[in-house]
Design a protein around this ligand. Structure first.
Ligand SMILES: Cc1cc2nc3c(=O)[nH]c(=O)nc-3n(C[C@H](O)[C@H](O)[C@H](O)COP(=O)(O)OP(=O)(O)OC[C@H]3O[C@@H](n4cnc5c(N)ncnc54)[C@H](O)[C@@H]3O)c2cc1C
Length: 368
C-alpha cells in the first residue's frame, strides 16, 4: 500500500488550502471528503478581505474574482425594533465579496488536485489507528496510510472524535441557510438583523440569489423560519440546509504527526463571517509545519513556530468573537449596540473595520 506523506480529511477551505500548499511543496498528499463536489455548505458565503493574500499565494485570487459573486459595499445592522445603522466596507478589488461555497470550495479543491494532490470524493473516514504510520479506513472499506494526518473535517470532526479529542458539543444553537431569489432592491450590502428568536444574516451571492442565514435555538428556529417565509414570501417547499453546533470548545491544533485546522480546531461565531479566512490560513500554516517536519527540521522548533503563528492568527480577535456571541445570544443587547451606534457610530465602525480590514491591513493580519 502506498504511504502518503500527508492525508487530509475534509476538503473545505481548510483541507483544500492545506492540500494545495503541501502539493505545491512536492509532498505526496491525499485528500478525502465524504461529499461529491461541487457541494453547498451552511455558510453566509462572505469572503473576508483577509482571505486575498492566502488566495494570492495559492495563485487563485483572479480565478475567485472570475466566479459569479457580489462585491459587498456595506453592512446594515438592524435592531429588534427595525432601526438600522449602516457601516461602509472597504472598497476596491480586494474588498469583501460573497460567493457560493459550492463554487469557491470546488475551485480550491480543483487547485489542490491541479498541484498534484490525490483527491478522493465521496470517501468518508470511519477509522484511524496508528502503527508506524497512520492507518486510515473509509466507509467503503478502502485503506490508506500516511505519515501525518490533518483533521480538516469541520466542526463535528470525525478525526477528533476517533482520537478522543472532540469536546462534547453544546447543541444550544442551530443554523438554517438557503439561497433564495434576490429581492430587486436589495443592493450590494450585508444585512445583520437581530430578531427576538436569534438573528438573520443576508447577502447577495450573484445577480439573482440571496444567501439567507437564520441562527436560533432548537425551540425558536421554527419561529425564525416562519419570519423568513413571511419576510421573503418564500414557497412552502423552499429547500434549507442546517448545521449544529454553532459553538464548541477548541481542539488543540498540533499533536504528534496530527494537526487540526479550520472549524475542526476552532469554531468561531458565524456573525463575524471570518471562518473561511481562519480555515484557509490555518491550512497554510499546517502545510508549512508538515513540510518542515518531513524534511527533517527540528520537530520542537517547527511546532513552536506553528503554535506562534497559529496564536498570532487569532490575536486580538477572539474578544470580538465573544462580544458578537454575547450580542447574538441576547438580541436585546445586540439591539442596544445598534441604538448606541445610531447615536455614536464610531464603536461599530471600529469593530467592523477590525473584522473587515482594508487592503493596507491585510498583510499585517495574514503574515503571522
Ligand atoms: C450560519 C453560518 C454562517 C457562516 N457564515 C460565514 C461567512 O459568511 N463567512 C465566513 O468566512 N465564514 C462563515 N461561517 C463559517 C464557515 O462556514 C466555516 O468556518 C468554514 O466552512 C470552515 O471551513 P473548514 O474547511 O474548516 O470546514 P468545512 O467547510 O465544514 O469543511 C469540512 C469538510 O469535511 C468533510 N467531512 C466531514 N466529515 C468527514 C468524514 N468523516 N470523512 C470525510 N470528509 C468529511 C465535509 O464534507 C466538508 O467538506 C459561517 C458558519 C455558519 C454556521
Amino acid at each position: 500500500m502506498e504511504t502518503f506523506d500527508v492525508a487530509i480529511v475534509g476538503a473545505g477551505p481548510a483541507g483544500s488550502s492545506c492540500a494545495a500548499f503541501c502539493a505545491m511543496a512536492g509532498l505526496q498528499s491525499l485528500v478525502l471528503d465524504r461529499e461529491k463536489f461541487p457541494r453547498e455548505k451552511v455558510c453566509g458565503d462572505c469572503l473576508n478581505p483577509s482571505c486575498w493574500p492566502v488566495l494570492e499565494r495559492l495563485e487563485l485570487a483572479e480565478r475567485v474574482r472570475d466566479l459569479p459573486h457580489s462585491k459587498l459595499c456595506s453592512v446594515d445592522f438592524i435592531s429588534l425594533n427595525g432601526r438600522s445603522v449602516t457601516v461602509d466596507l472597504p472598497s476596491g478589488g480586494d474588498g469583501e465579496i460573497s460567493v457560493k461555497r459550492s463554487l469557491f470550495d470546488d475551485l480550491l479543491l480543483r487547485r489542490a488536485h491541479e498541484l498534484g494532490a490525490n483527491v478522493h470524493e465521496q470517501t468518508t473516514l470511519t477509522g484511524l489507528s496508528r502503527t508506524e504510520h497512520w492507518n486510515i479506513e473509509t466507509a467503503a472499506g478502502d485503506l490508506f496510510q500516511a505519515r501525518i494526518v490533518i483533521g480538516a473535517d469541520g466542526r463535528n470532526s470525525t478525526v477528533a472524535h476517533l482520537c478522543n479529542l472532540l469536546p462534547r458539543p453544546a447543541r444550544e444553537r442551530v443554523a438554517l441557510q438557503a439561497h433564495i431569489p434576490l429581492p430587486r432592491t436589495f443592493g450590494n450590502r450585508i444585512v445583520l438583523q437581530f430578531l427576538p428568536e436569534g438573528y438573520s444574516g443576508q447577502a447577495p451571492v450573484n445577480e439573482t440569489q440571496l444567501n439567507l442565514c437564520l441562527v436560533g435555538t432548537p425551540p425558536t428556529i421554527s419561529k425564525l423560519h416562519g419570519w423568513a417565509e413571511r419576510q421573503f414570501q418564500l414557497p412552502a417547499d423552499q429547500g434549507w440546509r442546517t448545521i449544529t453546533p454553532l459553538t464548541r470548545l477548541p481542539v488543540p491544533s498540533a499533536h504528534d504527526n496530527l494537526f487540526f485546522v479550520g472549524d475542526a480546531a476552532r469554531v468561531v461565531e458565524p456573525f463575524t463571517g471570518e471562518g473561511i479566512y481562519y480555515a484557509l490560513r490555518s491550512g497554510e500554516l499546517a502545510a508549512k509545519a508538515v513540510v518542515n517536519i518531513l524534511r527533517g527540521d527540528d520537530r520542537t522548533s517547527v511546532l513552536h513556530e506553528f503554535d506562534r503563528a497559529y496564536v498570532q492568527m487569532y490575536r486580538g480577535r477572539l474578544w470580538i468573537n465573544r462580544l458578537a456571541r454575547a450580542a447574538v445570544l441576547r438580541p436585546q443587547l445586540g439591539s442596544f449596540f445598534v441604538h448606541a451606534a445610531g447615536i455614536n457610530p464610531a464603536i461599530l465602525k471600529l469593530l467592523t473595520a477590525k473584522i473587515v480590514p482594508s487592503s493596507s491591513r491585510h498583510s499585517e493580519r495574514s503574515e503571522a
